[in-house]
Design a protein around this ligand. Structure first.
Ligand code: MEV
Length: 312
């Protein structure tokens, strides 16, 4: 049996603007992950693959699945990449502790864990760059114009500075800091929010381009502060990023309620994270105050909170 895992992720700064060529910063979240097990099974013929994902009620043979189903697609892409078209009969079991459609990269982590477990099981592990590129192909099924940040951070599993078309840069964190990630419980498919921003940009390209430029400037400042361990600068930068995300209309009342609650309970700063319109928000906190902020978030309606330390 071969097992592989890929972490969840969270975007710290720069979501949406990154689709339009601005830089963004994301970090892996190792407390949640997707795990995929590949086993050889006895079956009557070569090349048959059984796929099981109990979390989503999937129990099927690969050849019976729609080719554009994201799980089927990544399996085919991986086999194609390693040039094995008739593998021994295999069972692939997928599980994940990453909440779906909440901005934590659940689908991406599943893709990466499948690529790793399947290629390793067949004796042909793939370089990280290639794993990320294959996962990107599946991101395109979820929404037409992914920036590539999600597959990159999940594959490299390090804090990254990402700009479309450039090699990702790993950020070396000058001093660790504590984040609380909190879920509104409102599922928000990335495609819907990305499309909303696209319509806004098409209607008013000048305004949107200048908002994206401002977000890009914040991202550069955030990188500088992260690398130099200036943790106290990150909260205000998150608040400023949130104002710009509101201006491109991806905020929502449940997100705002959690952001207000975190700030009132003493968080240094807070913003939505990922696509917005629902899903998760993040707050940067003093670790000694994390418990109080978590309590305030739950009282304000959060369905879950996760405290995590960002370290290199
Ligand atoms: C989604 O996690 C992040 C977005 O910026 C979309 C993307 O980068 O592809 C909203």
């Amino acid at each position: 049996m071969t097992t592989a895992r890929a972490p969840g992720k969270i975007i710290l700064f720069g979501e949406h603007a990154v689709v339009y060529g601005q830089p963004a910063i994301a970090v892996p979240i190792h407390q949640v992950s997707a795990i995929v097990e590949v086993t050889s099974i006895s079956a009557s013929r070569l090349g048959v693959i059984h796929v099981e994902a109990p979390d989503i009620g999937l129990d099927s043979w690969l050849h019976e699945m729609d080719q554009d189903q994201p799980l089927a697609r990544i399996i085919h892409l991986t086999l194609n990449e390693i040039g094995i078209h008739d593998p021994p009969a295999l069972g692939i079991t997928i599980s994940s502790s990453i909440p779906i459609a909440s901005g934590l990269g659940s689908g991406t982590a599943v893709s990466v864990a499948i690529i790793r477990s399947l290629s390793n099981h067949l004796g042909q592990s793939l370089p990280l760059k290639r794993q990320s590129e294959l996962a990107y192909e599946v991101e395109k099924i979820h929404h037409g114009t992914p920036s590539g940040i999600d597959n990159t951070v999940v594959t490299y599993a390090k804090p990254i500075f990402y700009k479309r078309g450039c090699d990702p840069e790993i950020i070396s964190i000058g001093a660790p800091f504590t984040l609380i990630i909190s879920d509104t419980g409102v599922q928000s498919p990335t495609a819907v929010a990305v499309e909303k921003v696209r319509r806004g940009w098409q209607d008013d390209p000048n305004i949107y381009e200048s908002l994206f430029d401002e977000i890009g400037r914040l991202v550069l400042q955030a990188r500088y502060s992260m690398e130099r361990g200036q943790v106290n600068k990150l909260g205000p930068l998150m608040d400023q990023n949130q104002v710009l995300l509101e201006a491109i209309h991806v905020n929502s009342p449940p997100l705002q309620a959690l952001i207000n609650a975190a700030r009132e309970a003493g968080a240094y700063g807070a913003k939505l994270s990922g696509a917005g319109l629902g899903g998760n928000m993040i707050a940067i906190v003093d670790p000694l105050n994390a418990h109080a902020v978590e309590k305030a978030l739950k009282q304000a309606g959060a369905v879950s909170t996760l405290t995590t330390e960002v370290i290199e």
